[in-house]
Design a protein. Structure first.
Length: 99
């Protein structure tokens, strides 16, 4: 990324937008899973998946951020690399739970 302030601003705006979308998706996932637990329709594989995915996503996000940092990426690209696994997983969870 260049040192152009406009480019930096757009990069951080894109990250903020992606983060907001992830937060909306994760809120929907929490509501849907809570309803499944309350109604007794959550299966054991669903419950295990819900617990196990946290560590996997954290490890992937940390690895991608470390690779971006080691490659000399700027802070916006490092942040985007770390955020991507969380965004991908929350979106896939929403799509799966909507079925």
């Amino acid at each position: 990324m260049s040192n152009n302030p406009m480019n930096m601003m757009f990069a951080w705006m894109k990250i903020a937008s992606s983060y907001n979308q992830m937060m909306l998706s994760s809120s929907e996932v929490i509501v849907r899973r809570t309803m499944m637990m309350a109604s007794g329709t959550m299966t054991l594989p669903d419950a295990m998946s819900m617990m196990m995915e946290k560590g996997t996503i954290y490890a992937t996000a940390t690895e991608r951020a470390a690779v971006a940092m080691a490659s000399g990426a700027d802070p916006a690209k490092i942040t985007a690399a770390a955020l991507k696994p969380y965004s991908t997983k929350t979106q896939s969870n929403v799509l799966m739970l909507r079925r």
